[in-house]
Design a protein around this ligand. Structure first.
Ligand SMILES: Nc1ncnc2c1ncn2[C@@H]1O[C@H](COP(=O)(O)OP(=O)(O)OP(=O)(O)O)[C@@H](O)[C@H]1O
Ligand SMILES: [Mg+2]
Length: 343
């Protein structure tokens, strides 16, 4: 087919039938030589108006005017209309040449992607808000846990200890046989130590008192006492002075939740825990040899099928500017790797 056979008035109608905006500028990308009807509609200028303005007036503040003279494919550009409305366009630009190869001008096709861009921005905003909210929730939860832990420790646990001591004193004052009350005293001791344990689980003041390494080791020991049939292998190398309090609490909470998950979901009989300083990051790895699960499904679900544990591990790590990885396969079980930056 030879295009020169087509009636010229038919040819000239084609640009206005195309469903993208077309603008042709001179070689310097300054003067607007040609626009189609769609461009007039989008930018709210008449053809006569377009002759009076320079191309940079179509760009939103901050966009570089050289866009109008450079050949490029699919560049996202922020434009503005005559009445100062924002338009997002996907622009492709190409030099037009005559038959001898001389440059005549620059041809720009623009697809209006404003709706898509707004939807993307909204999605980004709502993801940001969701992240902020879950971050706030973690902090509020931590504060509330601390409050309850202090109440339990200073209130109930201390009172029970006081009652036990008073009872023991009374027994010896009155000269009663201690064995008669042995059960009561032992029960009071158990209540007291259970309350202390719950209090410590709620808020690991042990972190502030004796530091991260003893806190992690004691957490592992407690789980091991609870699960004597499970083999715990651990090697913890941490320089306490190199990580801040938030990162310490993050590592503690992640180990706590990871072991809880292994116990609840995996059926594993071996758990390996290691922590090392690698390339400026304190790394914590927890692996088990239990059953696997679909990590993508759990991480991308709207919490309909999963709980909050893994999400909270990730949020806590993000909050410390660290990285969180979780892998699970039938052959190897589950492996969590967390890295928090050191100072
Ligand atoms: N070590 C693991 N082995 C096997 N499956 C796991 C393991 N860790 C997590 N899972 C799976 O991932 C899911 C999500 O874990 P997550 O900790 O987020 O929630 P949960 O433990 O079910 O509830 P929550 O932590 O809120 O009490 C679990 O329900 C379980 O199916
Ligand atoms: Mg969990």
């Amino acid at each position: 087919m030879n295009n020169s056979d087509i009636n010229p008035s038919f040819l000239s109608a084609i640009p206005d039938a195309i469903s993208v905006e077309i603008i042709v500028t001179d070689l310097t990308g300054t003067r607007i030589i040609y626009v189609n009807d769609k461009s007039c509609d989008l930018f709210n200028y008449s053809r006569a108006d377009f002759q009076m303005i320079v191309s940079s007036e179509l760009l939103y503040d901050g966009e570089a005017p050289h866009l109008w003279k450079t050949e490029k494919e699919n560049t996202v550009v922020k434009f503005k209309t005559q009445d100062n409305k924002v338009i997002w366009g996907l622009m492709s630009s190409k030099r037009i040449k005559d038959k001898k190869g001389n440059d005549l001008g620059v041809f720009h096709s623009i697809s209006n992607i404003t709706r898509r861009k707004r939807a993307e921005d909204q999605l980004q905003q709502s993801q940001k808000k969701r992240k902020q909210l879950s971050n706030k929730l973690i902090h509020a939860q931590e504060a509330e846990r601390k409050r309850i832990a202090v109440e339990l420790h200073d209130g109930i646990s201390s009172n029970i200890t006081a009652v036990r001591l008073m009872l023991e004193r009374k027994i010896s004052e009155v000269g009663l046989n201690e064995n008669t009350f042995e059960n009561i005293i032992n029960t009071l001791k158990t209540i007291s130590s259970d309350t202390r344990r719950i209090s410590r689980d709620l808020h690991p003041s042990i972190l502030e008192d004796i530091g991260l390494v003893p806190a992690l080791t004691s957490l592992i020991r407690e789980f091991n006492e609870m699960l004597p049939d499970v083999v715990f292998i651990h090697q913890i190398n941490i320089d306490e002075n190199k990580i801040n309090d938030k990162a310490k609490l993050t590592l503690y909470r992640i180990l706590q939740e990871a072991i809880n998950n292994i116990i609840k979901h995996s059926g594993a009989d071996a758990i390996t825990i290691s922590s090392d300083l690698i390339d400026g990051y304190q790394q914590l790895e927890i692996s088990d040899n239990g059953c696997s699960f679909d990590v993508d499904k759990v991480m991308n679900s709207d919490n309909e099928i999963s709980g909050l544990g893994i999400e909270s591990m990730k949020e806590r790590t993000d909050d410390c500017h660290g990285t969180f990885q979780i892998e699970s396969s039938p052959a190897r079980g589950t492996r969590i790797c967390v890295k928090v930056p050191t100072q």
